[in-house]
Ligand binder design. Structure first.
Ligand SMILES: [Ca+2]
Ligand SMILES: [Ca+2]
Length: 200
């Protein structure tokens, strides 16, 4: 391991990754994939071919991100504790900046992972810990707490959470559904919000 051979990705795999992560020009380029592969192998201290949570915690951008733990969790679906390169790059695709959404549509209707709707879905899941398709008040509170830290009292956070739900909650069930989430973020530049400098 660690030899030149382990740096090489099979061609079919490279093509599959490109296809999966974005159509045409918007997908990862060969050199970006190679760059991310080097990043992956650098993080993979034990050279096991997969990354653990501890490996991710060494990424400075994640270490200082208040939602870092949540983002790291997104790399480990279904309670797994290791992620291979394919899984790694699938998640990173959500964070890629895209120039415009129109260019991003594939002629055959394939929806790349870095499309706006997929980014929104990803962001939604950062809140929706129990995966029941809605963000409850307590789930929102947990995220607010992580984001603002200790400077705001629980009572004030509660008020912010209530206000946010009030604004977003169109069907009046006291929670935020994915559709409601999309609607309130309509005017927010999600690409900007979700960009994390993994690629530098
Ligand atoms: Ca929920
Ligand atoms: Ca609702």
């Amino acid at each position: 391991m660690g030899s030149q051979a382990s740096m090489l990705l099979r061609n079919e795999e490279l093509e599959a990754i490109k296809k999966e992560t974005g159509a045409g020009d918007t997908g990862f380029s060969h050199s970006q994939i190679a760059h991310l592969y080097r990043r992956f192998t650098t993080l993979d201290k034990e050279e096991s071919g997969s990354l653990s949570r501890e490996d991710f915690q060494r990424i400075p951008e994640l270490a200082i991100n208040p939602l870092g733990d949540r983002i790291i969790s997104a790399f480990f679906p279904d309670g797994e504790d290791q992620v291979n390169f394919r899984g790694f790059i699938r998640i990173l695709a959500h964070f890629r900046l895209i120039d415009n959404d129109v260019k991003n549509k594939d002629v055959i209707g394939f929806e790349p992972l870095n499309s706006r709707i997929n980014k929104l879905r990803f962001a939604f899941q950062l809140y929706n810990l129990d995966k029941d398709d809605k963000i409850s008040r307590s789930e929102l509170l947990q995220v607010l707490h992580m984001m603002v830290g200790v400077n705001i009292s629980d009572e004030q956070l509660g008020i912010i959470a209530d206000r946010t739900i009030q604004e977003a909650d169109q069907d009046g069930d006291g929670t935020i559904s994915f559709t409601e989430f999309v609607n309130i973020l309509e005017k927010v530049h999600i690409e900007q919000k979700m960009s994390i400098q993994f690629l530098d």
